[in-house]
Design a protein around this ligand. Structure first.
Ligand SMILES: [Zn+2]
Length: 364
């Protein structure tokens, strides 16, 4: 009886009747379809938030968190300094994302915010420590995980994200995070809370000084040993010890050892500068001729050290200060993962091959 057109007119009437009778039928929902897919931003939103999906992202490299040691060449970050940075970054609109989400370009953050990636090398005890209180093991509030958990409780929109590049056993570590009785508990906790575990080799060698077979034994062997701790754990990111590549660079990405084939979707250097967005061209363009930012190359990603003074060699404080002065260089989210919004001045940096299927690009 009803043609399509008649039904079209009938729906609002059914909805009205349903509302009047208090009957929450499915028809009420169907009468107000939600828009699907990305929706371009309005002029007012562009003006208010200045989104830039072609901007740069900081990947920060942490090591120890010891309170009574100064920052020595960026390898120790006293807890008070770490808390200061969490507050500074939060206030400025930075929000942590996982390394995997960054390399796969799954940046899903509120409009106007900037992603930041935290990484932690070597599995030091001060990164994740249990203390015994009233006969119960508790996470030390001064270790990195304790501080990040507390910060997340206070600011729920600051997610607990970060990658721990662990050494299963090395000259530096007797076990990941050193406390032998807590290894399993800690790894399970990290995975439950949304952190990631990465590869840092077995013995922390200069990979450049090893034969190809030794390189594969170091990288594949670490996967094997971490799987002994957590079966089926996904290990597909690698931090190069000392930032040293193997002679055959391909082996940092892919290889095999003892029946294990490894493939690393991200390989981390030490470095000193932010990395451009995953939608930018793999070669740095003339705008970045001086090397201000590293190009997005997942097999070679620069990381920033936690140096506390912005006048020092480019470390975390330098870059916080830099982006305060040059906000146009920051990656700023559109608020919709499939809406890529880029200022016209950066249009030439966008690589069309790196735009994910289903995404739309809005230049302004
Ligand atoms: Zn290391």
């Amino acid at each position: 009886m009803f043609g399509k057109r008649a039904l079209h007119w009938a729906l609002p009437i059914i909805a009205l009747v349903s509302m009047a009778t208090g009957c929450h039928s499915r028809m009420v929902v169907a009468a107000k379809p939600k828009p699907s897919g990305p929706v371009p931003l309005s002029k007012a939103q562009l003006k208010a938030f200045h989104p830039n999906a072609a901007g740069a992202v900081m990947i920060v490299m942490f090591h120890k968190f010891e309170p009574n040691k100064p920052i020595e060449q960026g390898l120790n970050c006293p807890p008070a300094q770490f808390m200061k940075w969490l507050n500074e970054l939060y206030k400025r609109g930075y929000r942590p994302i996982s390394l995997t989400d960054f390399v796969e370009n799954r940046i899903n953050l509120p409009i106007g915010t900037t992603p930041i990636v935290f990484t932690f090398d070597d599995g030091w005890e001060s990164q994740f420590k249990y203390i015994i209180q009233d006969n119960e093991p508790k996470i030390d509030p001064n270790c990195a995980v304790g501080m990040m958990d507390a910060f997340h409780l206070k600011h729920p929109d600051w997610a607990t994200k970060g990658t721990f590049f662990l050494l299963p056993h090395s000259r530096f570590t007797i076990a990941p995070f050193h406390q032998l009785g807590f290894v399993d508990q800690k790894l399970q906790y990290l995975l439950k809370e949304g952190y990631e575990i990465g590869n840092h080799t077995v013995h922390h060698p200069f990979l450049h000084s090893l034969s190809n077979a030794q390189v594969e034994a170091e990288i594949g062997g670490a996967v094997k040993r971490l799987h002994e701790l957590v079966p089926n754990l996904k290990i597909d990111t690698l931090a190069l010890p000392y930032g040293s590549y193997p002679k055959d660079r391909k082996l940092a990405v892919t290889g095999s050892y003892g029946g294990i084939n490894y493939h690393n979707r991200a390989v981390m250097l030490a470095g000193w500068r932010p990395v451009l967005s995953p939608i930018t061209k793999p070669k740095v363009n003339p705008y970045n001729e001086l090397g201000v930012f590293a190009a997005f190359r997942p097999a070679s990603l620069d990381r920033i050290k936690p140096l506390p003074h912005h006048t020092q060699t480019a470390g975390l404080q330098y870059w916080i200060h830099y982006f305060d002065l040059h906000p146009e260089d920051r990656y700023i989210s559109s608020g919709q993962p499939n809406l890529i919004v880029v200022p016209r001045m950066f249009e030439s940096e966008v690589d069309p091959h790196r735009i994910p299927p289903g995404a739309i690009v809005q230049y302004y």
